[in-house]
Design a protein around this ligand. Structure first.
Ligand code: SAH
Length: 484
């Protein structure tokens, strides 16, 4: 076992660093050096296009030619980044002789310093090293940290750095100081930075600096779109919110795969509205959000798809605002986008559709308020939510308003999930086809010329099922061929 490396962050501003090599690897090293304010001196017979550009802009020096020991004159550090092992070795030996720290790219043996994998949040940097022995492991860990740490961390670091002297003066005792930081970090400050409320964040900091007593924790609600089901479709912000949540209030539409990603000790409460009925009333959901937020909890209100598309997200925010509960919104991939993508249906297409409408048609009342003349127009795509029950009426009204009976449709059931089914046909036999294949909620209807493209562009799960033959329309629904 070799001894572990000594970790260190070097101030390289205005300090010369020799980089030997002029290719892609050297380019990456030079870029990092420039970010740190160093003065890269590149030595190589030829430069890559980007290195050449930096040289033309006067940002780097260039010695053309082959490596010579005089290349190490006057530099603080050396990086050997050529693809020639002999050259790299000569650089390492020469640097060693001059007691210069040297990094030979991808060669821990020849290197006297390593460049770590870095998670970069402004002034805050997390460097990961495996001692050069397992760079893949370090990179893997880096990816995990990248996902967990949002931009707010950089802002926090900058604020604390700016206020360092004042904080020290206010809390000379290190224990007191630590408690001050811990309280700030557990409170709303990180959230204010995430919400780009710079001024409020500064205000909060000022108040906290003046306060002596500890304020009670303040809860909040994050409205999060969980997407259509495939856990790969949730956003990094959604993942972070779910990881920090104390309480998760989720709809039934949210898939188990997505719920699995939330913090293990978070309390999960299903306030499931199934597509058929509303099992927990909206007022009860409001009350639950309020109670938990007032108790100082971080509440995540997790909704299928996007919270602002037929998700009553607006009502929930109005309620929270009325009660003074701070909130955030994380958008999600709405069913229309996900179902279209997973069925191979481009929602707009230069040849077929120049606009897209998202509509809901779950009951007669909602259908009565729709502008059917507008919906019946050609060269547009309709994405219809909650439509399975009202298909007969939907077809009749559209035909009446003049949409062609042969307009293609696709019904996507359980879009993006393992049990996805796609049923295609034309408007004329839409309800019969849906019945024939026993399409169930959640299902989304896409109507318009583009729907026909599912036949050729599908890529996920089973191929689209076809329309029922016209004469079978009134027959009893046969048992389903199970999607493979
Ligand atoms: N806020 C959600 C929509 C809620 S309304 C969103 O943005 O997606 C519920 C309707 O969404 C369902 O009746 C169905 O039409 C559609 N839907 C949601 N998830 C779906 C899925 N995985 N596959 C097909 N349709 C879905």
């Amino acid at each position: 076992m070799t001894a572990p490396l000594f970790p260190l962050f070097a101030d390289l501003r205005n300090r010369a660093v020799r980089v030997v090599g002029g290719g892609a690897v050297a380019e990456r090293k030079v870029e990092a050096l420039l970010r740190a304010g160093a003065l890269p001196r590149v030595g190589a017979p030829v430069l890559s296009a980007r290195l050449q550009a930096w040289h033309d802009q006067g940002r780097i020096e260039w010695q053309a030619g082959e490596f010579g020991e005089d290349w190490l004159d006057g530099v603080w550090l050396v990086i050997a980044a050529t693809d020639d092992a002999t050259v790299n070795r000569s650089v390492a030996t020469a640097a060693e002789a001059r007691r210069l720290l040297v990094n030979v790219v991808d060669d821990a043996e020849l290197s006297s310093f390593q460049v770590p994998a870095v998670v970069d949040r402004g002034a805050l940097q997390i460097a990961i090293s495996s001692g050069g022995g397992a760079p893949m492991l370090a990179r893997h860990l880096r990816k995990r940290l990248e996902i967990q740490l949002d931009d707010a961390w950089g802002e926090l670091a900058a604020l604390f750095a700016r206020q360092r002297e004042r904080i020290r003066a206010r809390f000379p005792d290190p224990g007191q100081r630590r408690r001050f930081f811990e309280q700030l970090l557990a409170g709303p400050l990180p959230r204010l930075f995430r919400q780009r409320q710079q001024a409020q964040a500064e205000d909060l900091f000022e108040t906290s600096l003046r306060q002596t007593a500890t304020a009670p924790a303040q809860g909040s609600v994050t409205l999060v779109g969980a997407g259509p089901g495939d856990p790969g479709l949730i956003t990094l912000n959604a993942l972070r919110a779910m990881n920090e949540a104390d309480v998760i209030l989720h709809d039934r539409l949210v898939s188990d795969d997505v719920l699995q990603l939330s913090r293990r000790d978070a309390v999960r409460i299903e306030v499931g509205k199934s597509a058929q009925g509303h099992s927990v009333r909206q007022e009860q959901i409001h009350t639950l959000m309020l109670e938990h937020a007032r108790a100082g909890k971080r509440v995540v209100r997790l909704k299928g798809g996007d919270p602002f598309v037929f998700g009553r997200g607006g009502e929930e925010l109005e309620f929270l605002r009325a009660h003074g509960i701070p909130y955030e919104v994380v958008p999600g991939v709405t069913a229309a986008l996900a179902c279209a993508a997973y069925a191979g249906i481009p929602l707009t297409h230069r040849d077929h559709a120049q606009s897209l409408r998202l509509v809901t048609a779950h009951c007669k009342d909602s259908q009565d308020t729709l502008d059917w003349a507008a919906l019946a127009q050609e060269r547009q795509t309709l994405a219809v939510y909650m439509g399975v029950a009202g298909l007969d009426n939907f077809r009749a009204r559209l035909l009446q308003a003049g949409r062609a009976p042969q307009t293609p449709f696709a019904l996507i059931e359980n879009g993006s999930r393992a049990n996805q089914r796609v049923v295609t046909g034309t408007l004329a036999d839409l309800p019969d086809t849906a019945r024939c294949h026993q399409v169930r909620s959640p299902a989304l209807l896409i109507l318009g010329e583009v729907a026909a493209l599912a036949g050729t562009l599908h890529w996920f799960g089973a191929a689209p099922l076809h329309a029922a033959p016209p004469h079978s329309a009134n027959l009893q629904a046969p048992t389903l061929p199970q999607a493979a």
